[in-house]
Design a protein around this ligand. Structure first.
Ligand SMILES: Nc1nc2c(c(=O)[nH]1)N[C@H]1C(S)=C(S)[C@@H](COP(=O)(O)OP(=O)(O)OC[C@H]3O[C@@H](n4cnc5c(=O)[nH]c(N)nc54)[C@H](O)[C@@H]3O)O[C@H]1N2
Ligand SMILES: Nc1nc2c(c(=O)[nH]1)N[C@H]1C(S)=C(S)[C@@H](COP(=O)(O)OP(=O)(O)OC[C@H]3O[C@@H](n4cnc5c(=O)[nH]c(N)nc54)[C@H](O)[C@@H]3O)O[C@H]1N2
Ligand code: SF4
Ligand SMILES: [Mo]
Length: 726
């Protein structure tokens, strides 16, 4: 029987409203939902290819357990028995800290609403803080910077009618971060047509840079200096919001003094752009009455993400981009509990650091979470507290963690490594147990993740009060033995004898607590976890294609005039660090490594996910893109195999020409490989994570190492364009 179901896509954070066609319970096609006014029918190839993932011959249908001669299928309930016994044993012999978890991107995007509460309950019960996620190898500086500045009691203007948008090292028309979830490119085109100005700072003429009024095609790694010079222009040209600064801000004199060293002409010269363009961009942005800035992975991966994000907040604060009393909050929560908003600053009180120490590089848990770049060292460093068990779900450490060689060494050395993954991924290959989970269309869920994103800060979420519920719309493959992630964690808790108390996803440690008894269905669990939703779940369910609310928006309350707290734009920690960026190194300073390796992403894959025939169209590898002039100078041709060497290691890669790139850079996505022989890269791609050192250059707060702007050298290995011509 053929049917069409409303659902939403859980392959990326855009969470598109979709229509899923099924035949006898098997998904046959996924389309956009054009009657949803926010998504307007938008989807991408990753989401539309879901029918291919669900019944793909490579999908794991059974849990695998490692024996002396490799991985063999095992009933998932037996695996749970064995894992629970081993966890209890490790806890008793080595203490709770020896048990760690890693919740990767797919843990957040596909299963967080149900699985995160159970995962947290398990780790609370074990008593382990060793919970890692990708935030600190992504844009973790955002949360630390926010606590160094102090917080404003209401959101920023964000996506609500911006008149200027500043995007730094981010490409939202491809990645769906930095523009509101929905139909990102159409939203941007409409917003630009209404008069908004777009400024993009990126060494690559990206898809979004092509739409910009100002594209600063900078050399990588100069973002701190560029932001400092822009802020200096804003102050000198008197383009800042005097009233807001007078009432709610401190530190302007300290900031001004520190910025005096950042001469815009010099900064522009070193970053390889015209000083007039830099000044014009600053004036364009600050001259607009409303707007927002979003810094993406580019600047955050250059080694000083916290400082970059702090300067972004300084710029936003000087421009008065925070919502004031009486203004409405467009992204009022729908599936999260209601919150109150107040037009008031709360000062920094050293709150960036949280309890939870790491044994290496002086790192610790911060507002951004545990420093994930230090997890391999926590596994490999002997001594009290050494991590011996890792549960990894929805993530792929073997390709995503910085320094791949050490990561693989660490994964191999664990006493117990459990990888929950629908695919036999690079990480699954090293696991003691690979748990085969359900995939999104097979289970019910809600879009509470969109609410959570909006609460994370500027540049995230849907920009509207919006919610959707989906039932399971596709059946599990016949003969499969799959488990939902939340049931996996619940199963461990039951076996380990822990009572089960959960806090709904996104409500934080102060959230309500509910006891789970018996074996609820997923729908019953969702009901329990949605009890405090701002809009009753039943009402959201009554709009199967998605519910938009513009009538029940919350307003920002008046601040308390007695409160003297201020946002600190002259934080001494940040001001000190600023001076380190006066003299940013350039390619000229390293004749042995004359290129800089850049991070980037592709539309057709999601990190290491979605790389199937339908999306990659016969190109399963990740090309290393270079400017044609650089290729000519090195006598390298399109599709040659090259060796890319950093101070840490070397990889082979297939080279492609890209005239949109600034000369002197190599742009390659991660999530591919590892290739064991050079020629394998045609089939599995290359792992730039191998080139990253965790200890050379790293953010001192989040521990995030330099993952872009990495000095590298390039040499040709072979030239075989004929054999591999596609
Ligand atoms: N060199 C370098 N390293 C990087 C980056 C970079 O740009 N360059 N980027 C960093 C960033 S921003 C991030 S967020 C991290 C990402 O780090 P990870 O989250 O660790 O990496 P992913 O590749 O997203 O891992 C997703 C995993 O989920 C699995 N999966 C796919 N579909 C499903 C599903 O439906 N359910 C479940 N349970 N699992 C599924 C995939 O097979 C894969 O193993 O990597 C970081 N590492
Ligand atoms: N289609 C698709 N969407 C995705 C993903 C995916 O893999 N595919 N991944 C998801 C994840 S986990 C994340 S975190 C987001 C990331 O989303 P984005 O941050 O938008 O990621 P990128 O597209 O890699 O954009 C980073 C940009 O930074 C530029 N850049 C590199 N180094 C520097 C630098 O030093 N300075 C400046 N100014 N720019 C620099 C690069 O040229 C690149 O264009 O995307 C998410 N969305
Ligand atoms: S993967 Fe594509 S279809 Fe799915 S939510 Fe993201 S943008 Fe939408
Ligand atoms: Mo990410």
């Amino acid at each position: 029987m053929e049917q069409t179901h409303h659902s939403f896509c859980r392959v990326c954070i855009n969470q598109c409203s979709i229509l899923v066609k099924t035949e006898n319970g098997v998904a046959t096609a996924v389309h956009g939902n054009s009657s949803n006014e926010l998504y307007r029918g938008y989807t991408c190839v990753k989401g539309r290819s879901q029918p291919d993932y669900l019944r793909h011959s490579d999908r794991l249908m059974h849990t695998l357990a490692r024996t002396a001669d490799g991985h063999h299928p095992m009933p998932v309930e037996t695996a749970l028995d064995q894992i629970a016994d081993q966890l209890a044993d490790i806890r008793d012999r080595h203490g709770p800290r020896a048990i760690a978890s890693y919740a990767g991107t797919m843990a957040h995007i596909t299963t967080a609403p149900t699985a995160a509460p159970l995962h947290d309950a398990l780790f609370d019960a074990i008593g382990s803080d060793m919970r890692f996620d990708p935030n600190t190898i992504d844009k973790g500086g955002k949360q630390v910077a926010a606590s160094l500045l102090g917080s404003w009691g209401a959101p920023s203007q964000g996506f609500a009618s911006p008149e200027a948008i500043l995007l730094i090292g981010i490409n939202p028309v491809v990645t769906c971060t930095g523009l509101p979830a929905g139909a990102p490119k159409r939203w941007l085109l409409d917003t630009l047509a209404a008069g908004c100005k777009l400024i993009v700072i990126d060494p690559r003429r990206t898809e979004v840079a092509r739409l910009a009024d100002h594209h600063l095609q900078v050399a990588p790694g100069h973002d701190v200096a560029i932001l400092a010079a822009m802020i200096r222009t804003v102050i000198e040209d008197d383009l800042f919001d005097h009233d807001f600064v007078h009432r709610h801000v401190r530190g302007l004199p300290e900031l001004r003094a520190a910025l005096s060293a950042f001469d815009p002409d010099q900064v522009a010269r070193r970053a390889g752009i015209a000083a007039t363009d830099l000044a014009a961009a600053a004036r364009c942005y600050a001259g607009a009455p409303r707007g927002y800035t979003m810094a993406g992975t580019g600047p955050n991966m250059a080694g000083d993400g916290t400082l970059v994000e702090y300067l972004v907040l300084v710029l936003e604060t000087l421009c008065g981009r925070w919502l004031r009393a009486g203004e409405t909050v467009a992204a009022t929560p729908t599936l999260l509990p209601p919150t109150s908003y107040v037009a008031q600053a709360s000062s920094f009180e050293g709150k960036w650091a949280l309890p939870g120490r790491i044994r290496v590089r002086g790192l610790r848990r911060t507002k951004a979470g545990m420093p994930t770049a230090a997890l391999t060292d926590e596994i490999l460093t002997p001594g009290e507290g050494q991590v011996r068990a890792l549960i990894s779900w929805g993530g792929n450490p073997a390709v995503a963690f910085p320094d791949q060689q050490r990561t693989i060494e660490a994964l191999k050395s664990l006493d117990l490594f459990v990888q929950i993954d629908p695919w036999y991924s690079a990480s699954a290959q090293f696991a003691d147990y690979v748990i085969a989970p359900t995939m999104p269309l097979e289970v019910p869920s809600t879009t509470v993740f969109l609410d959570y994103l909006a609460a994370r800060g500027t540049g995230y979420g849907i920009g509207q009060a919006y919610g959707q519920y989906t039932p399971a719309v596709a059946e599990r493959p016949p003969g499969s033995d799959l488990i939902e992630e939340w049931q996996f964690f619940l199963g461990l808790m039951r076996r380990m004898g822990y009572p089960v108390e959960v806090t709904p996803f996104g409500t934080g440690p102060q959230g309500p607590r509910y006891t789970i008894t018996g074996q609820p269905t997923t729908d019953q669990l969702i009901e329990i976890l949605s009890q405090d939703a701002s809009i009753p779940l039943a009402e959201v369910k009554s709009h199967p294609g998605g519910l938009s609310r513009s009538d029940r928006l919350q307003r920002v309350d008046e601040g308390d005039p007695e409160v003297t707290d201020r946002l600190d734009i002259g934080n001494p920690l940040m001001i000190d660090q600023l001076s380190e960026h006066l003299d940013v190194s350039t390619t000229k300073d390293r004749s042995d490594r004359p290129f800089r390796l850049l991070c980037r992403r592709y539309l057709h894959v999601y990190n290491s996910s979605c790389n199937v025939e339908r999306t990659n169209r016969g190109k399963p590898y990740n090309p290393a893109y270079m400017n044609p002039h650089d290729l000519a100078a090195l006598d390298i041709s399109e599709r040659d195999l090259v060796r890319i060497t950093s101070d840490r290691s070397a990889i082979a890669a297939v080279v492609h020409a890209d005239a949109q790139l600034r000369p002197g850079v190599v742009s390659i996505a991660f999530g591919y490989g590892p290739a064991t022989r050079d020629d394998d890269v045609w089939a599995v791609g290359s792992s730039p994570s191998r080139l990253v050192s965790v200890s050379d250059v790293f953010d001192r707060y989040t521990g995030q190492p330099r993952m872009t702007n990495i000095p590298v050298s390039i040499e040709r290995i072979t030239s075989e364009p004929q054999r591999h011509q596609q």
